[in-house]
Design a binder for this molecule. Sequence first.
Ligand code: 5RP
Length: 227
Amino acid sequence: MTSAMTQDELKTLVGRAALDYVQAGSIVGVGTGSTVDKFIDALGEALKADPARVAGAVSSSVRSTQRLEALGIKVLPSESVTALGVYIDGADEIDHQGNMIKGGGAALTREKIVADLAEKFVCIADESKLVQTLGKFPLPVEVIPMAAAQVIRAFAKLGGTGKVREGVTTDNGNVIVDVTGLSISAPAQFESEINQLPGVVTVGVFARNKASVCLLGTSQGVKTLSF
Ligand code: 5RP
């Protein structure tokens, strides 16, 4: 492998590698984003060779549902599923303990719901996502619209600067507040604290639903981090 792999190629690499974690004939939990798109593409290829490769998927967004269905993959409502073996998703940041920031694609609430159904969260990411401490990437928080200003004021007390993401309404009809200026050294505690703010639907810190495994795309190949 050369050192000249593009970010897109690294995403393709980990998208394909994630297939190894999907049990034949199972129902797979599917996240959202450009890296997950590569996983969906790989799944589509695998299905051509073996139509029974997966029985179906539970999707975390309208975007992923459309891509899965376009490939002929059956998408089941999450309400109809009691457990999943594996959930495959990307991240905006992941630390060395498997805690993540997610929600760059505004799908964080459904992502957390589907992730919570799964026994194992397999994070697929290129190496630029690996960080020492979460917080450089603006933290997405899904908020009920009438609470947005209030939530922004609460973050200001924690040293963060929040801004409503322009032109974005989530699949659940809410807004996203992106918060900069945070350094999240205790992710689980932080996640619980933010969950208490009235009007917060989901905070983009995934500590309770952290990754079990991260397949990290590097120029040397796929590095597997287990947590
Ligand atoms: C969407 C997410 C994505 O997983 C995250 O934004 C990473 O996306 P990409 O694979 O495009 O870099 O949390 O809400």
